[in-house]
Design a protein around this ligand. Structure first.
Ligand SMILES: [Zn+2]
Length: 413
């Protein structure tokens, strides 16, 4: 497989499978570990480097067998999710051992797939199509029989393959996987249609920004607002959703620290340029209240400074965001107005020769420090495959990056 597929695999698969360092039963009551890795027969489990989490000692074959037998009997827990098995055994795998397990399964699947007649040209497929096929095989085994899908991919009819790649039961995380796989085959179609580099993944965005486009020339006058002193340190979650209407979304033009997104101000340095057709609706990405508002005055648009500017904070005053390059901001928006996630904030405005986009920057406020955060990848996914969902993001309050809580992703009402 292509290097870009290999290096993205764990990030791609993690939200769909979770990752557990102990033995558990999957919903079909197979003993499983890691990222949905079935360890049957028992000799498969014996071959792994288990250790006892209480003593740190390497587990013996007898201890592994005992743990495996214990887990195998607990069919009463098999429908509760792998987490229910956390305290059943004390044997654990290290992160590195789990990675090894994941990649050995992935490479084994790849070898199997490329021997199948319809997939013989697999190594020459666009990276997105490779990732899509591997994802299907991971979800249902590499011997699946989808005649129409197989015929389409053998003719490199990627867009047609996208319509035939979903597998059942098409609910829950399998539905999310199906959505992603469908997106991947559509991406592959685009790669060949536009003559893009097949070794690069377009996922998760719909299209890849060219190097020159990275980080448009968003600029602003320096913020002179006095910063409030705060000292609250408990981690907290904020629900996030897409911010430009996905029907008008075009592509990501670059995230934090790319191109023109440079310090010292967080609202420029941590900007995400979410490309969208002029006039595309912009919505609040999270609940908050407006702390500062500069209406759009077309006469003052210049350089990279154009459109209305809205600074917003979560009600706990521990994170915030900044939106610009918008117009048609509703009249109720002003300092202190309350805004709920999903509320309309205006429409994307274009200026000069700059590709139209929303500039959205996010910050965590730790004590009295403003620490910009990089959630660009999350937002590209929210604009493309997860448009119907919102995802809680955990802000740690300790200076480490915020963490999307994929396991608690929810469909929007
Ligand atoms: Zn920008």
């Amino acid at each position: 497989m292509r290097e870009s597929v290999n290096s993205t695999w764990i990030a791609f698969n993690h939200p769909l499978e979770g990752r557990l360092p102990f033995m558990y039963l999957d919903t079909r009551s197979f003993v499983t570990t890691g990222m949905g890795n079935i360890i049957e027969p028992r000799s498969t489990a014996e071959a792994l480097p288990w250790y006892d989490q209480n003593t740190g000692d390497t587990a013996s074959i007898d201890e592994i067998d005992d743990a495996w037998d214990l887990v195998k009997l607990r069919t009463d827990l098999s429908q509760l999710g792998g987490g229910a098995f956390k305290n059943i055994t004390s044997l654990r795998l290290t992160d590195a051992a789990i990675d090894d397990l994941i990649f050995s399964k992935l490479f084994e699947m790849e070898r199997y797939l490329e021997r199948r007649a319809h997939f013989r040209d697999f190594q020459n497929w666009p990276a997105d199509a490779q990732l899509g096929l591997l994802s299907m095989a991971w979800g249902m085994g590499p011997a699946f029989n989808f005649p129409r899908f197989q015929a389409y991919v053998s003719e490199r009819r990627w867009a047609d393959a996208a319509t035939e790649c979903r597998f059942n039961p098409d609910v829950g995380t399998i539905k999310v996987r199906n959505d992603r796989n469908q997106q991947l085959f559509n991406n592959a179609a685009l790669v060949e249609e536009l003559g893009l580099d097949p070794s690069e993944l377009l996922w998760p965005a719909r299209t890849a920004p060219s190097k020159e486009d990275f980080g448009l020339v968003c600029r602003l006058e320096a913020d002179t607002t006095a910063e409030r002193a705060l000292d609250v340190r408990a981690a907290f979650d904020v629900e996030m959703q897409f911010s430009v209407d996905p029907t008008g979304f075009t592509r990501g033009y670059g995230g934090p620290n790319q191109g023109g997104h440079q310090g010292p101000n967080w609202y420029i340095q941590y900007g995400m340029d979410l490309g969208a057709q002029t006039g595309t609706a912009v919505y609040a990405a999270f609940d908050g209240y407006v702390t500062r508002y500069t209406p759009h005055n077309p006469a003052q648009d210049h350089g990279g400074v154009y459109g209305a500017q809205i600074f917003m904070r979560h009600s706990n005053n521990m994170m915030g965001g900044f939106y610009t390059h918008i117009t048609n901001v509703p009249g109720y928006i002003g300092v202190n107005s309350q805004v709920a996630r999903g509320d309309f904030l205006g429409t994307v405005v274009s200026f000069g020769g700059i590709s139209p986009h929303l500039h959205l920057a996010l910050v965590e406020i730790i004590g009295n420090q403003y620490v910009g955060v990089d959630l660009y990848h999350l937002f590209l996914e929210l604009e493309t495959i997860y448009a119907k969902y919102y995802v809680p993001v955990r802000f740690m309050q300790d200076g480490t990056p915020p963490v999307p809580q994929w396991g608690r992703m929810q469909g929007k009402r």
